[in-house]
Design a protein. Structure first.
Length: 209
């Protein structure tokens, strides 16, 4: 009995959550990507330019560091953040529960469903007065993929959260992202450093959005 009790103090590592074809169809690890494609290098992620895509850097006010990449495309918005993760276990199953808990504390609601990347959260999030048109909530989809030594989180809003055709376009954009984990040791859940594009030509500047 003592052995069982002790084992229960150390829960089993969470399995990885990712599409079966992730290694070929994305989101890709840097080692899996076509190195000759003209990616925009943002540090922890690379984004493949496409017509109609607008990129925003989301800046933390105090530290002035880039904390997320915002992508506006086809009537939708996609926010992405790459995090360090263990080599053999995943983060998405645990992080999903934490997101649902946080949104619940804000007065919102979430429901889980199976999406193209695996389990995802559909959330109705309260909108502060004057920050959104019409209703008092906005709909968002929280998606996540566990890769080799990284976890990529995405938040889809706009048309891609409510319209299946628009969803397919923004999901394809998420698939095209390349995560650059690097060799620097990092604790799991630490944000992989992001930066302004190394080649600013044609790329918009940072935004505090």
């Amino acid at each position: 009995m003592t052995d069982i009790a002790n084992q229960n103090q150390f829960p089993e590592p969470m399995p990885k959550s990712a599409p079966e074809d992730r290694a070929t169809e994305g989101p890709l690890d840097e080692t899996e990507a076509n190195q000759v494609r003209p990616y925009v290098d943002l540090g922890g992620v690379k984004v493949l330019p496409r017509e109609g895509l607008h990129l925003r850097l989301e800046i933390e006010e105090g530290s002035k560091r880039v904390v997320a990449i915002g992508l506006d495309y086809a009537g939708s918005t996609l926010q992405v953040q790459p995090f360090a993760a263990p080599r053999s276990s995943g983060l998405w199953h645990e992080i999903r529960d934490q997101i649902a808990d946080q949104i619940g504390k804000q007065g919102g609601t979430t429901s889980e469903r199976e999406g193209p990347f695996g389990p995802e959260l559909v959330a109705e999030i309260p909108v502060a007065a004057g920050q959104g048109p019409g209703g008092t909530t906005r709909l968002a989809r929280f998606i996540g993929v566990d890769g080799p030594r990284w976890f990529l989180r995405g938040v889809i809003a706009g048309e891609g959260a409510v319209n299946s055709d628009a969803a397919a376009a923004i999901e394809d954009l998420f698939r095209s992202i390349v995560v650059v984990r690097g060799d620097t040791p990092m604790p799991p859940r630490d944000l992989i450093p992001l930066r302004m594009p190394a080649t600013p030509a044609g790329a918009p500047g940072p935004s505090d959005a």
